[in-house]
Design a binder for this molecule. Structure first.
Ligand code: ATP
Length: 243
């Protein structure tokens, strides 16, 4: 299976009986290495649900999700948590940086949780900050950084350790358009380095950065855009050495 993310016949129902809400209805989606897919649709159509299920933050009611060929339903809770930490990077609108930790500590915490030695984690953290142009702010706390900088730290955290799948939910929501463009450039750069990315957005200008736009309505994918060409064309732009 060449897709980094594959969702097949994924449905999600919240609640039960008369209160049941079907947030997703038999969604199929595959995203390959190097590909950036934008997900658009009206409010309440299921975009965020799709993203949280893709990221194994929630379980589908039906259907299956594979990350790099591994079926999530076959993993224990612990193995799923490890896969989340190692393979998936999340960038959400509200940054989710921990206020009591510096920029670099925010980035290294998941690595250390995963057993990496503090020194190596710091090296990786600084490298991730270099990639987003913030190495000189490694020791700053979130409230000492601008909104755009905080979002760049969140992206560095999402990319550290060579994550394979990047999931972004309105990642530029609170930013001015220059900072927003910068964030998109970073996400695009991650794809050039071989990551697969899914971006939920209401903004057609941001969606224009994507290789493919998937439209969701009432929990269904109504237009998945043209399938990309063979994997060779995607991989030819693939992972640069040394990353
Ligand atoms: N935890 C939950 N419990 C109950 N219903 C939920 C839950 N999460 C989402 N829903 C419902 O599922 C549907 C899809 O929600 P979702 O947040 O995925 O839509 P969305 O397209 O991301 O919306 P928006 O663009 O407004 O963020 C909505 O009807 C929502 O009210």
């Amino acid at each position: 299976m060449s897709a980094v993310l594959e969702m097949r016949q994924v449905s999600k129902t919240y609640g039960s009986g008369t209160a049941a809400v079907q947030a997703l209805d038999a969604v199929d989606l595959a995203v390959r290495a190097g590909e950036l897919v934008a997900v658009m649709g009206p409010s309440g159509s299921g975009k965020s649900t799709l993203l949280t299920i893709a990221g194994s933050l929630e379980e589908p009611s039906e259907g299956e999700v594979w990350i790099e060929g591994t079926a999530l339903s076959e993993l224990s809770r612990n193995k799923r948590a490890r896969l989340r930490r190692r393979q998936i990077g999340y960038v959400f609108q509200d940054f989710n940086l921990l206020a009591g930790l510096t920029a670099v500590e925010n980035i290294t915490m998941p690595l250390e949780l995963d057993g990496m030695k503090a020194k190596q984690a710091r090296r990786e953290g600084i490298r991730a900050l270099e990639e987003v142009g913030l190495a000189d702010r490694a020791g700053s706390f979130p409230d000492e950084l601008s909104g755009g900088m905080r979002q760049r730290v969140a992206i560095a955290r999402a990319l550290v350790g060579d994550r394979r799948l990047l999931l972004a939910d309105e990642p530029t929501g609170a930013l001015d358009s220059d900072s927003g463009e910068g964030v998109m450039r970073l996400i695009r750069g991650a794809c050039r380095n071989g990551a697969a990315a899914v971006l939920v957005t209401h903004d057609a200008q941001l969606a224009a950065w994507a290789d493919r736009v998937v439209f969701v309505r009432d929990g269904r994918v109504i237009d998945a855009g043209p399938e990309p060409e063979g994997p060779e064309s995607l991989l030819s732009s693939g992972r640069e050495s040394g990353r």
